[in-house]
Design a protein. Structure first.
Length: 1057
């Protein structure tokens, strides 16, 4: 590493030549480019740039710089293990430098040592020593006997004797180098650490671990006290100490030192080399084993990157690092990237194994790259047959057969699977996997009856199996069986029977799924369930709807609603099961730690089981241990359900609200509710009033999808940037789409001005501004006079009807310490948009226009504005409980927890990365009456909606939330927000205040069609806790007394007259 950094410094020094003629300036530029290429790991590019620089120096006859470049090229070749090229270049530098500059020049000495290193690595030790002596003699002739460069030559010769395993001569030369440095530089000079490290490496090679550790500690003590020292050098020594302490059995100390080394290396973004790689690799293992997958992935990636900078070329080490990175990515569900890592691991002979082949194939399969997966499975089978290992051959055939069937090559797939099924020693789990794929084959061939029998048998066998994961595989079999019945019903083949059979299978799947989420599942199974639950509930809802159409039994409507609610619960809860349990607040940390430890223990056991599935005795022992851990896990969950009900309900679900209870709630609120469920083919609309319940189905055909996408794009396009969006033709088209979408999305709605409408959107409807829809009514005038839904009705959004009911029952009052806090991001931010739904603008946007509003509100209400470098994550975390918290920041909503975050500042600081991720939000305990997020956009084109972010902020203590569904729109966003804040201060109702603010905004801008565009006022949505209904109070006693007294008085007057 030291030689590598020296090379970079020498290259950078060439900048002094910029005062020379232009050809020398150009040469210096190429040297600087080479330095940059080296730091970025681009060794080929560095060689090309150095060779160009050398040719320019040669033409200018700048021989010292010319030979310096040649020596640097030799060094890069040595670093990358290209011995022939290193030898050729070093010889050229050596003999030509002597010819041009005479024997006594330091570039010749450098070339001699590099050439000798080539001989040493090639095993020609005598020749290496001879050439090293030549380099030493040249330096002695130039510098005499008292110069630090002679110490470098002694070190080179010692390296050569070490390679020849002549440790006595090596130690003498290392000692000679150290004595010279001590004499010339002093005992505490940083270069003394080089000598101690070299001696320590020698003792390590001799397996004298205590002596090696003592020398490493001396090097560490010198390096760490150096003023403004070299963190990478200190980290390298720490990493070496950790390696020795592990060999001495001091595991805890080794882990601590690796951790400290990794921290120091992270302070240097250019850190590289084998020591840095080792430290990062160790931390990746530790975090992987403790379930910290995101952190483990980051360290594993840094290990691979650091090894690329190492002058030591170790393919075996690189293969192991890629294998670990692949395993981590597989557990995170990042299959495409995992496949790349496993491919890299398999390119190294030492890492060619059945488990790596299998994981490579599965990663390609799960990422959707079936063709590549099929090629990989063929490679796996060929490799297994060359090894002659029967279990690997069986595994490869089963995988190949399944992939052939997935690819549509059914007969070839059946043939491979038949070979597996005919093997007497094939284990039970492999037979079941083969049979599952056979069921798929029968289905593809059109033999549905045989496929159903196959899956039915599988479900029965898994039901009575003690194999680990049996419940999961039974779920898969029943889901496939239900899917076939549903498909047959869709083809009008014995429709009623197949609908009932499908629904029966889906009901059983639902019960199993409720049990599965309450078990410590492997991450791969959880990732599968994220997609499978959507398939399950879309088929189940369709079956219920079609059965209702057949016989008009209301129970099917109720069950369809039940399935819709279950799916929405799981879409929130399942991703949270991927997070460490200790990431959550509102639960006893002791129980969360037990939950985390048991989950991790089961994860590790499943990994062991995967690697030992062909060893029956060992596999059985592992399965027994899994059962024991699962039982302990259930005990912990039982305690959590009692002691932390909100946490338990969030992650593991609860019984969905019944239609009767929901109708009663709506009667109490004088409200109606529309809940949506989208699948690939249909949109289902559940419409509740206090008195009735209806289910509507709409085909998600091309017209509907295109209309929805067009409307989303039109309302979210800035009419000032996209002029055609404010044309008369665009206005007419937008109004027509708004009316059409109203009819499809709010069927059966009876309009009552000021009515409360609860909306439960799903899928892309989360980004749809229902506020801009147009009911069928006489319309006239311009864009500002349209009777938009959001102007007449009070709209409130929620994750699910069950969550709405829980919010109504969980109303709480709280005294907030701060009335107003605001974070404003004035720096430019990028925009992320849904393709076809949100505009992708070229220029950056800024939210600095919220500053004036935030500053005035903070001044008027005794609040605080956080702006600029002070508006970081640390300031947010330290806030007191707050009534209104405005975050005019860039927020992203993604499909996975690490894709959902709020950005406070673009740069990290010493304490925080200034991004609040979903995982961190759930750990907060921050009471806030109203969160306002001025810009929430999808993380990626396939990103999920905003509900998870809303759920996280509510869980952390947020009562109500206001979101903006696309990038904030400039001053109109701030103006509308100011109107809203004033109205909320007077009536306290978030949804009602937002509706009135829209009306007030449009009344201001009625004469300005451009600012009356929905782009400016329909972006905000209220995710708010319903206001408690007014309950008629009893008549106060004094009024009763007064009334009686009045009656008596009147009676007296009557009698008197």
């Amino acid at each position: 590493m030291r030689k590598y950094l020296t090379a970079v410094l020498l290259l950078s020094a060439a900048a002094s030549l910029w005062c020379q003629p232009s050809s020398l300036q150009e040469a210096a530029q190429y040297q600087n480019k080479a330095a940059s290429s080296l730091l970025n790991g681009n060794f080929e590019g560095a060689i090309q740039e150095l060779e160009i620089a050398a040719s320019l120096y040669e033409a200018a006859q700048e021989w010292e710089y010319y030979f310096s470049c040649l020596n640097q090229v030799s060094n890069v070749y040595l670093s990358t293990g290209k011995m022939d090229d290193a030898k050729r270049t070093a010889k050229k530098a050596l003999w030509e430098s002597i010819q041009r500059l005479g024997r006594d020049n330091d570039e010749a000495a450098r070339a001699a040592h590099r050439l000798a290193e080539v001989y040493s690595r090639s095993g020609r030790h005598a020749k290496a020593i001879e050439v090293h002596k030549m380099g030493l003699m040249i330096r002695e002739s130039i510098y005499g006997s008292q110069h630090t460069l002679l110490a470098d030559s002694y070190d080179w010769m010692a390296h050569a004797w070490m390679a020849a395993e002549d440790f006595e001569r090596a130690v003498a030369l290392y000692q000679q180098a150290m004595n010279l440095r001590k004499e010339l530089l002093g005992p505490q000079h940083p270069d003394m650490a080089i000598s101690y490290t070299n001696l320590a490496s020698l003792e390590l090679a001799r397996k004298d671990y205590p002596r090696a550790l003592s020398l490493y500690e001396k090097a560490f003590n010198i390096s760490k006290v150096r003023p403004g020292g070299n963190p990478a050098g200190v980290a390298s020594t720490l990493s070496s100490m950790a390696r020795v302490n592990r060999l001495l059995g001091k595991e805890e100390l080794a882990v601590q030192q690796y951790s400290e080394a990794a921290f120091l290396y992270r302070q240097n973004p250019d850190a590289g080399g084998i020591d840095a790689a080792e430290a990062f690799h160790e931390m990746a293992i530790r975090n992987f084993e403790s379930g910290q997958l995101s952190t483990a992935r980051a360290f594993a990636q840094e290990a691979v990157q650091a090894l690329a900078f190492s002058p030591v070329h170790d393919p075996g080490l690189l293969g192991r690092y890629h294998q670990l990175l692949g395993a981590i990515l597989m557990e995170m569900g990042r299959y495409e990237k995992a496949a790349g890592s496993y491919r890299q691991a398999l390119s190294v002979k030492e890492e060619t194994s059945a488990i790596n082949y299998q994981q490579w194939c599965r990663a390609l399969w799960l990422s959707g790259n079936l063709s590549e997966a099929l090629e990989a499975a063929n490679d796996f089978l060929e490799w297994a047959e060359r090894q002659g290992e029967s279990h690997s051959i069986l595994n490869a055939r089963a995988l190949l057969g399944s992939l052939l069937i997935e690819k549509g090559q059914v007969e070839e797939g059946i043939q491979q699977l038949t070979n597996v099924l005919n093997q007497a020693d094939a284990p039970f789990w492999l037979l079941q996997e083969a049979n599952q794929s056979l069921g798929k084959a029968y289905r593809l061939k059109g033999d549905h009856e045989q496929a159903i029998r196959q899956y039915k048998q599988l479900a029965a066998e898994w039901e009575h199996s003690r194999q680990a994961g049996a419940l999961f595989f039974r779920f898969k079999a029943l889901l496939a069986m239900g899917g076939i019945h549903s498909e047959l019903a869709g083809q009008d083949r014995n429709t009623l029977f197949n609908l009932e059979a499908a629904l029966n299978a889906f009901e059983r799947c639902d019960k199993i799924l409720a049990r599965l989420v309450r078990t410590p599942l492997p991450v791969s199974q959880l990732v599968f369930l994220l997609d499978a639950q959507e398939e399950l509930y879309s088929h189940a809802i369709r079956s219920c709807y079609n059965l209702y159409q057949q016989n008009q039994e209301v129970r099917y409507l109720k069950e369809a609603f039940f399935f819709s609610e279950r799916s929405k619960q799981l879409s929130i809860g399942l991703p949270l099961l991927l997070l460490p349990p200790t990431s959550f607040s509102q639960a006893p940390q002791s129980l969360l730690k037990q939950e985390a430890d048991l989950k991790m223990a089961v994860q590790l056991l499943f990994r062991d089981l995967r690697n030992n599935r062909f060893q029956e005795e060992k596999a059985n022992a592992i399965q027994d241990e899994i059962e024991r851990k699962e039982s302990q896990y259930q005990t912990v969950l039982d305690k959590l359900e009692k002691e932390a009900p909100r946490y338990f309900r969030l992650k593991f679900g609860t019984e969905p609200v019944a239609p009767e209870a929901l109708s009663a709630l709506l009667q109490e609120q004088s409200a109606v509710l529309f809940s949506y469920y989208l699948d690939k083919e249909f949109l289902y609309v559940f419409h509740f009033t206090g008195a009735s319940f209806q289910l509507f189905s709409r085909p998600m055909d091309e017209d509907f999808r295109n209309g929805l996408q067009s409307f989303l794009q039109m309302v979210s396009n800035d009419p000032g940037i996209v002029p055609e969006s404010s044309s008369e033709a665009a206005y007419q088209k937008m109004a027509a789409l708004a009316k059409e979408l109203y009819k499809k999305l709010l069927p059966g709605h009876t309009r009552k001005p000021g009515q409360q409408i609860f909306l439960i959107p799903h899928g892309i409807l989360q980004w749809l501004p229902f506020e801009a829809l147009l009911p069928p009514a006489p319309q006239g005038g311009g864009i500002s006079q349209l009777p938009y839904l959001g102007l007449s009705d009070v709209l409130s959004y929620h994750n699910s009807a069950t969550a709405l009911k829980n919010a109504c029952e969980g109303r709480a009052t709280f005294e907030y310490e701060s009335p107003f806090e605001a974070f404003v991001q004035a720096a430019p931010i990028g925009q992320v948009a849904v393709k076809g739904a949100y505009p992708l603008t070229d220029g950056p946007s800024s939210m600095g226009y919220f500053s004036e509003l935030a500053r005035s509100w903070a001044a008027e209400h005794d609040g605080h504005l956080w702006e600029g470098p002070m508006a970081g994550e640390g300031a947010f975390r330290s806030l007191p409980s707050t009534d209104v918290l405005l975050l005019a920041l860039d927020a992203r909503a993604g499909a996975l927890p690490d894709e959902t975050f709020i950005t406070f500042l673009e740069q990290k600081d010493s304490s925080y990365d200034n991004r609040l991720y979903l995982e961190e939000a759930y750990f907060l305990q921050k009471p806030v009456a109203l969160y306002i997020l001025a810009s929430v956009a999808p993380y990626s084109t396939g990103g999920a909606g905003w509900q998870q972010l809303a759920e996280a902020l509510q869980y952390s203590g947020g009562q109500s939330l206001l979101f903006h569904r696309w990038a904030a729109t400039g001053s109109p966003s701030a103006e509308l927000l100011e109107l809203f804040l004033n109205l909320r201060q007077s009536n306290g109702d978030v949804s009602k205040s937002l509706q009135e603010a829209r009306c007030a905004y449009l009344s201001r801008h009625g004469n300005n069609p451009q600012k009356a565009h929905p782009y400016f006022w329909a972006g905000y949505l209220a995710y708010s806790q319903p206001v408690a209904p007014l309950v008629p109070s009893g008549i106060p006693a004094f009024w009763i007394i007064a009334a009686v007294a009045g009656l008596i008085f009147i009676g007296w007057l009557v009698r008197m007259h």
